[in-house]
Design a protein around this ligand. Sequence first.
Ligand code: GDP
Length: 424
Amino acid sequence: MVRAIVGASFGDEGKGKITDMLAENSDIVVRFQGGSNAGHTIVNGYGKFALHLLPSGVFYDHITNVIGNGVALNIPYLVKEIKSLTDRNVPAPHIYVSDRAQVLMPYHVLLDTYEEERLAGKSFGSTRSGIAPFYSDKYAKIGIQVSELFDDAILREKVERVCELKNVLLEHLYHKPLLDKQELMDELHSYRDMVEPYVCDTSAFLCKALKEGKSILLEGQLGALKDPDHGIYPMVTSSSTLAAYGAIGAGIPPYSITDVTAVVKAYSSAVGAGAFVSEIFGDEAEELRHRGGDGGEYGATTGRPRRVGWLDTVSVRYGCRLQGATEAAFTVLDVLGYLDEIPVCTAYEIDGTRTGDFPATRLLEKAKPVFTKLPGWKCDIRGIKKYEDLPENCRRYIEFVEKEIETPIKLISNGPGRDDIIFR
Ligand code: GDP
């Protein structure tokens, strides 16, 4: 059986924690898209970790962690991240890397950085991890597959083409140092040696595992609203963040994905630019940012303060629909215990018309939030293990949201740790 764990919003919903927790009863955890450009925060017996590229199953000895073909593979980063675990006494994780994954190159990072600098005030707020240039090259067919690292003739030809194209941009658009062919070849050889122990045909491995009845988790990065097709284009990421893409990015049949857990945070947060209808500002925002997540809402990759706002059920309903969510995991609910009243954005007003449908970006930019206020519960709900033991107003909040997002809330997370979970 395959379960996808994906974000219903902009990301940072707490997918890492839910994956780490559900991984316990799984055999394989797969990353199927994105790269090291977003972080998953995991708190467990070994300590607190921010993973960027590794699947969240790396803390369990019985799990095989797969980096699928859809991932933007930064090889030195992978090696560094594995070392950052073993340095802190986590046993060396079991990792397979797809021979069809493509290699994120240093020039992708450089081009991402130069472009953000060039755009200055109009930038995309990229994490400068090279993701957009990486996926552009993949689809322009000048990317380098892991399998190609083992064939020098192919590499030389690729490097030739890459230098021809990139050096025009570097010279004339960005006025920066040019790429050197020999340096790139040396770099690629070092990548080959680093990644070799992990490489295999991961699609074949996963399909065999499915036949053997193994259970697989697909771990999404970011969320539905960052999907290049269905999200807030152009303020999106460059690979699909949807569960459906899990089939492609892992190389498994689409019908093998039977369960889709959409992770929904009890309020909203976002990093980077783009429309964020339920965003709040000033002291109200500062308080939520400070109390939020586990030690405040600051980006796991960049440390940037995240933009925060109240829960937006218009966008979450849309996000759950696009994910094809069979259930929702409602997270970080404990953080809201300080509020007398909790606003929820339940509709948008666009050009004087009220709507519950999430529109395309052009109209979304004009949307004003319509809030419904629910009474707060004014206490700490951490440590509660049974749904019935939650305060009545807290249950009312959950049940209200469940109705609005049209998805059953089966899991409730009331703290950052593995055990802070209520099954419903
Ligand atoms: P991800 O990318 O979706 O995995 O999300 P992040 O890990 O970036 O952000 C979630 C943050 O919330 C992390 O700091 C988690 O440790 C924390 N977190 C997750 N679930 C809960 C929860 O139920 N309560 C609290 N207080 N923090 C949580």
